[in-house]
Design a protein around this ligand. Structure first.
Ligand code: 8YV
Length: 328
């Protein structure tokens, strides 16, 4: 009898996906969904050939130090700032992510969060839940900001940013964007977007949406200085990563009302949220759910499993990040 290769599934996944894995592999699973400490993760990785992880698992020199048999770590996430890719490459471990399958779902959510923020939807709901609807002024009850026919500024114009721009066109919005690399003329036309520098975007946009990947360069891309450039009527939405915005500076600006409102799906040090943000009514808070529809989360898990299977069968994983490990 041949023994099944060992793999790790570091957080809870759909039971049917787990059952599918168990047919081929000896699976160490974590359906209890308690986040592993780096030490626990290191011990698990030492015993397996492959691992499925989420953004909550940091893969670096330390967690890889005893992983002698490990061939692949498949992230169930498009962003992979939880990976130290050079350390993985040095250890000969393939790194993969889940691009494309979540683009439209995440762009939908960016727009939903923008609308909830500008139109003060969650804040208004509290009036109803607190039994205070009859105390609300009929004219001055939470007055929001329009989206239609305003200017949207998108920072980070990858697949998701472009998806948001295309949605904005349906609202008659003018779209400007800033990105490390300017899009081709064809792509700019397809999303009706004008390239501007970051300062112009912050000064002129009525609504700013952040969709940049996290890296040392994008850390605190939006801090006190940048927020000060924004209009007092502007909204700021972060669906990118915690750490792109200086959350303390944002909380101070929202408290002083130097911008109108913010919508956040990601936070510095999540799942913790800056305590000052929790006190404010002009911020909509979501618990990192931009890709969270059943269809999309299933597609992300399926793609991560495809990546894992390919690597363990000696084939090139469809979304290999450290391509230098593939020499065939
Ligand atoms: C994930 C995300 O849910 O894909 C990403 O980059 O932020 C989300 O879709 C999250 O990272 C969990 O892995």
């Amino acid at each position: 009898m041949t023994t099944k290769p060992k793999i790790l599934v570091a957080r809870a996944i759909f039971p049917d996906a787990l059952a599918q894995l168990e047919e081929k592999f000896e699976v160490q699973s974590n359906q209890a969904d308690d986040i592993f400490s780096p030490e626990q993760l290191r011990k698990h990785l030492a015993e397996v050939k492959g691992a499925l992880v989420f953004g909550s698992e940091r893969i670096d020199r330390n967690t890889l130090s005893d992983a002698k048999d490990l061939k692949i770590v498949a992230n169930i996430s498009v962003g992979y700032n939880n990976f130290d890719v050079p350390a993985m490459t040095a250890a000969g471990v393939m790194a993969t992510n889940t691009p494309d399958v979540l683009t439209d779902t995440t762009a939908d959510f960016g727009f939903a969060l923008l609308m909830a923020t500008a139109r003060r939807i969650t804040e208004s709901e509290h009036w109803i839940r607190n039994g205070q609807w009859d105390k609300m002024s009929i004219v001055y009850n939470p007055l929001g900001m329009d989206l239609h026919h305003t200017t949207l500024g998108i920072i980070g114009m990858g697949r998701i940013g472009q998806g948001i721009a295309k949605r904005a066109l349906g609202f008659g919005m003018k779209v400007m964007y800033h990105n490390r690399k300017r899009l081709s003329e064809t792509d700019e036309k397809a999303c009706g977007a004008r390239y501007v520098d970051k300062e112009t975007l912050l000064r002129e946009a009525d609504h700013v949406v952040l969709v940049v990947p996290y890296s040392a360069e994008s850390h605190h891309l939006i801090g006190a200085k940048e927020i000060a450039l924004m209009k007092p009527t502007a909204t700021l939405v972060n669906i990118a990563r915690g750490g792109i915005v200086d959350d303390a500076a944002l909380a101070a600006a929202l408290k002083a009302k130097t911008i109108f409102a913010a919508g956040l799906d990601v936070y510095e040090g999540e799942p913790k949220v800056h305590p000052e943000l929790l006190k404010l009514s002009n911020v909509v808070l979501a618990p990192h759910i931009a890709s969270a529809t059943e269809k999309t989360r299933r597609a992300m898990v399926a793609l991560a499993i495809d990546n894992l299977n390919a690597a363990l069968e000696g084939k090139r994983p469809p979304s290999l990040i450290n391509t230098e490990l593939w020499k065939n």
